[in-house]
Ligand binder design. Structure first.
Ligand SMILES: NC(=O)c1ccc[n+]([C@@H]2O[C@H](COP(=O)([O-])OP(=O)(O)OC[C@H]3O[C@@H](n4cnc5c(N)ncnc54)[C@H](O)[C@@H]3O)[C@@H](O)[C@H]2O)c1
Length: 321
């Protein structure tokens, strides 16, 4: 099979590329980013890296025409981006998604769209099943533009499906593992890891009681591959994650423990100090994973302790001696 992965040089895309290469498939990656996460694949004759954008319509057309399955993961990701540059977030996540869907529709190629737990917003009723409500704040608060941009992408997916395009939406819940963002930026793991390696305190935003369901990348990738190949997944939105809830404070303590002796301690900071006044944190974010288990046949296997230890080890190996 020939698989196109937009955003395939990113964190999830690089692991998804590995998974399809391991299955014996041919992978085309379309990404504006660097090659550091896919460098190990560049010499493989079944791997093709195209350094370009989902806004290059001719290129998208030719890639869609020669592939059988399309994963659309290209997006602006990360709180710091969607608070700092809402225009770019909305433009890439909404208009870029439309471009990919149009190209897929022309050749009737199956699409898997990478969405997010953020679409549920701050709905207080957890766990969230796929048809639960989206509860968001005012449009004057930039923080909600990422959630909205992905929800619009999902609406386009389901609209195209009504026109005959086979589509699956996967909503990822806090996936972590080797090759996550650069240290000190991006997501909780890399922020804490950067702080640990520098001997700085771990900055816990708010009171640290907000929870997340941290999902190890191999579990997420297994489900994501199945979302593209299982006929039963077509036409569905599916939560991808674990339903084991962990508070940010517990997670910070686990990282301190697994890191071993260090000068770092926990430091509580007000969220306005980190993300500015327009940010609003989500107190609990828990998926109902019944569909992931029944439609995709995947149950998360890797505990937070095991996954954190593996990921820490990977980041430590990247450090200069
Ligand atoms: N990792 C998670 O926990 C998580 C959670 C929720 C949703 N997601 C979604 O999964 C997808 C992948 O996320 P990730 O964690 O791998 O993030 P990532 O930032 O590592 O990957 C996104 C990739 O998209 C590329 N990209 C951006 N604009 C592009 C453009 N115009 N054309 C082509 N490529 C472009 C970037 O260069 C990057 O490599 C995203 O759509 C994201 O919204 C991830």
């Amino acid at each position: 099979m020939r698989v196109l992965i937009t955003g395939g040089a990113g964190f999830l895309g690089s692991h998804l590329s590995d998974a399809f290469i391991d299955r014996g498939d041919e992978v085309f990656v379309l990404d504006t980013g660097g090659i550091s996460k896919v460098r190990h694949l560049l010499s493989n004759p079944r791997f093709h890296y195209v350094h370009d954008s989902v806004f290059n319509l001719d290129l998208l057309d030719s890639l869609a025409g020669k592939t059988d399955l399309i994963y659309h993961l290209a997006a602006v990701v990360g709180v710091e981006h969607y608070v700092a540059d809402p225009y770019e977030t909305l433009n890439i996540n909404v208009n870029g998604t439309q471009n990919v869907l149009k190209a897929a529709y022309k050749y009737t190629r199956r699409v898997v769209f990478g969405s997010t737990s953020e679409v549920y917003g701050r709905n207080p009723k957890v766990p969230w099943s796929e048809n639960d409500d989206r509860v968001l704040g005012a449009t004057s608060i930039d923080r909600w533009c990422y959630s909205t941009s992905k929800a619009v992408g999902e609406h386009f997916c389901f609209a195209y499906q009504k026109l005959g395009l086979p589509v699956t939406v996967v909503r990822f819940f806090n996936i972590y593992g080797p090759r996550l963002d650069r240290l000190d930026v991006g997501r909780l793991f890399t922020i804490f890891m950067g702080q640990l390696l520098r001997g700085a305190d771990l900055t816990v935003v708010g009171d640290g009681r907000q929870t997340r369901c941290f999902t190890y990348v191999s579990d997420a990738i297994e489900a994501t591959v199945r979302a593209g190949v299982e006929p039963a997944a077509q036409g569905h939105a599916i939560n991808i994650g674990t339903d084991v809830e962990t508070s940010v404070m517990e997670f910070a303590k686990l990282m301190l423990e697994l890191f071993g002796p260090s000068k770092s301690q926990l430091k509580f900071v007000r969220q306005e100090e980190i993300y500015g006044p327009s940010y609003e944190d989500i107190p609990r974010r828990v998926p109902d994973i019944t569909k992931m288990k029944t439609l995709l046949g995947v149950t998360p296997q890797v505990s937070l302790r095991e996954g954190t230890a593996r990921t820490m080890e990977w980041f430590r190996r990247q450090q200069p001696e």
